[in-house]
Design a protein around this ligand. Sequence first.
Ligand code: SF4
Ligand code: SF4
Length: 250
Amino acid sequence: MSQTATSRVQEHIGDPVADDSEVDRGKLKEIFNDIQEDFRYDHELNGCLNCGICTATCPAAHYYDFSPREIVQLLWTENLEGIYDAMQEKIWACAQCYTCAARCPFGNSPGGLIMLMRETAIKHGMESAKNVLRPFSRVMLKLISTGNQLSPDMITADGFADWGPNVSKIDAPLEILRKAIPMPTLNTTKTAWEVNLKTSVELYTIWEETGVLDQLETIDENLFDVITDIMDERRDDLEDWLEEQEDDED
Ligand code: SF4
Ligand code: SF4
């Protein structure tokens, strides 16, 4: 599964154009191994012609200094410094639309590979991951602490002042817009906000067991602490409720 033993580029060749990395080579290898050893890696990367079809069809490449072809080439040639560099900023430009995966003649999924790099950036607590996720901390708090989705009527300039000046653009007549463009869910905070206690605790347990909360602790310890407190309270509430049910049956 892992291709570590059959490195396509020998270590001594390195990258002839990259400056010396600030990060030692052992760390760079560790990061690359984490990406490469994921069971999805070999499925997402089969080879690369460097044809650029992925970049030509990528919406993010039109707006940012970003190219899925470049990312795939970095991985394919095992350019450790380049991979690390791309994880500082470029990988966060991807919109995860997977147009690239539909078009690649090699059956690669550049978007899928970028997802693996993002997960690895989070695992290693990279500053880029912290910066990208910081504006969403309130959203994550809502999602994890309530077990519910972010309903459209929550997205207002007042509710998300920390999203910056552009938040005013979403201060639109959302009710009217939603009626004009019906969506599968018209849930609002009124109709969608109460998740039953048992479901909420089950969701916490899933996030705990799957390592989501560990990742959260790596990138935002304060948020993790707040959520852990909420989680403990919910578990106590559920136990109390279960005991009450038992008492009622006796
Ligand atoms: S990932 Fe696919 S589409 Fe993109 S450059 Fe490589 S072979 Fe071409
Ligand atoms: S998944 Fe990412 S890299 Fe691929 S086309 Fe969409 S935005 Fe571009």
